[in-house]
Design a protein around this ligand. Structure first.
Ligand code: SF4
Length: 252
């Protein structure tokens, strides 16, 4: 069973995709949220739980009605509305600056021009916004406009490093390009890869204590090899073949 541990990084990346597609099930490409919501919610989600991010988003729109209202609101009142996020005093002026720029350039709160823009131009435009990094820009372009980009967050990055898809010194920023170059430029593959590895990091490959015995990647993972030795037939047979929904909700 040691051969799979020595696969080239690109082959491990593909194996990871195949195994997790089976484990979690392939996903529907339909966008889960509107582009504006994806952009602003992802900004609110930095170092914030999913529940608190949603609470902040809902309170913001309840308090100010719509994007025009959010833009016109006193910044300290907006910060109060999004107080369940990690840095409300930093995020409130950022949100208003993003809304101001979109309205000034497009005449409305829409990002749909990104569908027609070349990928690099869209990435550059989004990452020029305050607080919008490569991950957030990639999420919007992949989920809402089916552009072939790969968002990498701390979960995806951790799994990729432990499995051996990327080297131990490859940063989160750099991993966007390295992993993308190892996968086909197919938005559906990239979306599944992102979400599956995100879920694995969230529910099994924990930062402090990864649940390796229950992980479907144990047969290819460098971390597993280092800590447990090559996976035995018994260990592989004991691995769940599919995500058990009773273990928890899958959220993004
Ligand atoms: S085998 Fe362990 S370290 Fe490797 S991906 Fe799975 S949980 Fe993470």
């Amino acid at each position: 069973m040691t051969d799979a541990y020595s696969l080239a990084p690109a082959d491990k990346t593909w194996q990871d995709h195949v195994i997790l597609n089976e484990f979690f099930g392939p996903l529907d490409p339909a966008p889960r949220r509107t582009p504006m919501r994806e952009l602003i919610s992802t900004l609110l989600s930095h170092r914030t739980t999913h529940r608190d991010e949603e609470l902040a988003y809902d309170r913001m729109l309840e308090a100010f009605g719509d994007w025009d209202g959010v833009l016109a609101a006193p910044t300290n009142a907006l910060a109060h509305a999004i107080r369940t996020t990690r840095w409300p005093d930093t995020q409130a002026p950022r949100i208003q600056e993003i809304l101001r720029r979109i309205k000034a350039e497009q005449g409305a709160f829409t990002l749909d021009f990104l569908a027609d823009w070349p990928l690099e131009k869209g990435l550059a435009w989004l990452t020029d916004m305050p607080g919008i990094g490569l991950k957030t820009a990639s999420l919007v372009l992949l989920f809402n406009y089916q552009k072939p980009v790969l968002p990498v967050d701390t979960h995806v990055h951790r799994v990729a490093q432990r499995v051996g898809m990327i080297g131990p010194k490859v940063s989160v920023e750099k991993a966007h390009q390295v992993l993308l170059s190892q996968l086909p430029p197919d938005a559906l593959v990239l979306l599944n890869f992102h979400k599956h590895n995100y879920w694995l990091g969230q529910h099994i490959c924990f930062f402090a204590k990864p649940d390796c015995p229950n992980c479907p990647l144990k047969g290819i993972c460098n971390y597993y090899l280092e800590h447990y030795g090559p996976a035995t037939e018994e260990a592989l047979a004991a691995t769940p073949t599919q995500w058990n929904v009773a273990r928890g909700e899958l959220q993004h």
